[in-house]
Ligand binder design. Structure first.
Ligand SMILES: [Zn+2]
Length: 346
């Protein structure tokens, strides 16, 4: 049977956000979340008949404010006042009692942010908006029946962004927007395969009985985001039992990773009986990744994709992290091609 190409959603405005450096525990380091990541991915897939490039649709702003606080959206818009070339780093992060917040004031942007690695530039709004619109458009494409699966080349990434906070190189929760779109039709599973725990996605859906969130990631006792991602976090209220964290130690290889996926994550997703799947697809689990600390090889990404495709669900694959830029195109295309080969709806 001839397979249709996977639609790929991306807007060139996503390239304009270019943070140059990051403060990491007091050290100034080159920012790993560069637009070169996108260029590598595009170079690997753009001309292949297995993929069809699409422009995302213009997303109504209320899609963003359904998921995020209005003030988070406003503070990103405030950053449009920054001069070209200026990178603004929030560096005061108030505890949230007895503070006066104002999304129109950049010196107080730290109220809407949780770390020092996620700067604002004049282009952050455009890039984050189109990154989110890519994920939303991919979900619309799948729910309309146009394609059984679609890929959102979302950059900047999204899975660390919470309802009212940006951070972790993330501004809006792209996977969350896709999940919200599916959620109108029934239960949704989000599987997060980025090296880092998707704290933003977890917190947004933590009390939600209709969205199951599962994540395999580096042990948060040692790795970002440190404050969440522990196995004991299982959901709250009606959402109890709809959150699954599987932390793995540093240097976990493909075998150990696939064992966790097959034994823990996939059975739990099947038991939840979702009608759609969102994959938060980070590739910083790769052995040469400068940020992550796992030991996965390119072939492991193909095997992960086969397993996830085997769930047989309408699927949106949302790009998250992956900072071994030289190999990123190879790894993303290995994942997407394997997914396309195996994916079938019942
Ligand atoms: Zn990551």
């Amino acid at each position: 049977m001839k397979k249709e190409p996977i639609p790929v959603f991306f807007h060139p405005a996503q390239l304009r956000h270019n943070p140059l450096y990051e403060w990491s525990f007091g050290k100034k380091i080159t920012h790993p979340e560069t637009s070169a990541r996108v260029s590598r991915i595009l170079a690997a897939i753009e001309k292949s008949p297995s993929f069809s490039m699409r422009r995302p649709l213009r997303m109504p702003l209320n899609r963003l404010t359904d998921l995020h606080d209005k003030d988070l959206v406003s503070v990103l818009k405030t950053a449009r006042q920054l001069p070209e070339g200026k990178t603004y780093y929030p560096s005061v992060f108030p505890r949230r009692d007895q503070v006066s917040s104002d999304p129109g004031s950049l010196p107080r942007a730290g109220y809407y942010c949780f770390d020092s690695g996620t700067p604002l530039t004049v282009h952050s709004w455009d890039a984050a908006y189109w990154s989110a619109a890519s994920a939303w458009s991919a979900a619309k494409c799948v729910t309309s029946g146009e394609a059984p699966a679609a890929y959102a080349l979302s950059r900047p990434p999204g899975h660390h962004a919470q309802r009212g906070l940006f951070g972790g190189y993330c501004y809006f929760n792209n996977a969350g927007l896709a999940a919200r779109h599916f959620r109108h039709r029934g239960r949704v599973a989000i599987v997060d395969i980025d090296f880092h725990h998707g704290n933003g996605t977890q917190s947004i859906f933590y009390p939600d009985p209709k969205v199951f969130f599962a994540s395999i990631h580096g042990d948060p006792r040692k790795f970002y985001p440190y404050f969440s991602g522990y196995a004991g976090e299982t959901g709250r209220g009606e959402g109890r039992g709809t959150n699954l964290n599987v932390p793995l130690p540093a240097e976990a290889d493909g075998q150990e990773y696939l064992r966790a996926l097959r034994r823990k994550v996939l059975p739990a997703v099947r038991a939840f009986r979702p009608c759609a799947l969102v994959i938060s697809a980070g590739f910083d689990t790769f052995k040469h990744d400068p940020v992550g600390a796992f030991d996965l090889e390119t072939q492991d990404f193909a095997e992960i994709a086969w397993e996830l495709a085997g769930l047989g669900l309408p699927t949106v694959i949302v790009q998250e992290g992956g900072y071994a830029t030289k190999w990123l195109g190879l790894n993303v295309s290995a994942f997407l091609r394997a997914f396309r080969d195996k994916h079938r709806l019942p």
